[in-house]
Design a protein around this ligand. Structure first.
Ligand code: PRP
Ligand code: URA
Length: 210
């Protein structure tokens, strides 16, 4: 697999993903699982955060310890489904800022249509993590990254939950500088550009709109 892409095989993530895929999983459980998987993916995607040494006084002695060295992060969910991933990310990195990019896929062309973009004012000083559970054709992620790149952040990573080979290929080709983290790489897209086997429409399942 391309160095740019990490597909996590951690048992906790795989177990939660199995329940997430199940069509009988309720919206409440679906939301909880998306949050939990996002937290675990955040752990994986932040392995390279720089540390600095500090001294702390324990009740016994002074210890040399390490803390994250002032890294400024921004999480950017693609609306709607990316919203479901934000809480899990913030649980681990509460000082990150949050931007939003609104996009939906045109039902006929499957091309993304952008309807909203609000990024932190200082995004040019930040490392951005783009969030969207589904990487299908890759169009939404590619366009969102195009928007974010106009603001010149330090770096961009993408965290998804399920990807299709077609979307992964398109995204790595369009943005070879973006590290990609997925919990699973599925088989293919169907004629409606849905991921097979996938989990259906992530936005609808999170928000109970179908
Ligand atoms: C879904 C999903 C991604 C996009 C992925 O959103 O959350 O944003 O499709 O597909 P792509 O890789 O082919 O672009 P959708 O367009 O259904 O909008 P919604 O979240 O508002 O329902
Ligand atoms: N968007 C989704 O929510 N699911 C898919 O399978 C493809 C795009």
């Amino acid at each position: 697999m391309n160095q740019q892409v990490t597909v996590t095989n951690h048992p906790l993530i795989q177990h939660k993903l199995a329940i997430l895929r199940d069509k009988n999983t309720s919206s409440k459980d679906f939301r909880d699982l998306v949050r939990e998987i996002s937290m675990l993916m955040c752990y994986e995607a932040t392995r390279d955060l720089p540390l600095e040494e500090v001294e702390v006084e324990t009740p016994v002695a002074v210890a040399k310890a390490k803390v994250i060295s002032g890294k400024k992060l921004a999480f950017v969910p693609i609306l709607r489904a990316g919203i479901g991933m934000v809480d899990g990310m913030l649980a681990l990195l509460p000082s990150a800022r949050v931007g939003h990019i609104g996009m939906y896929r045109d039902p006929d062309t499957h091309m993304p249509v952008e309807y909203y973009c609000k990024l932190p004012a200082d995004v040019h000083e930040r490392d951005v993590i783009l969030l969207d559970p589904m990487l299908a054709t890759g169009g939404s992620a590619i366009d969102a990254i195009n928007q974010i790149k106009k603001r010149k952040p330090h770096s961009i990573k993408f965290i998804g939950i399920i990807g299709a080979p077609e979307g992964l290929e398109a995204l790595t080709k369009a943005h070879p500088d973006v590290q990609i983290y997925l919990a699973a790489l599925d088989e293919k897209l169907n004629e409606h550009a849905y991921i097979v086997p996938g989990l259906g429409d992530a936005g609808d399942r999170i928000f109970g709109t179908k």
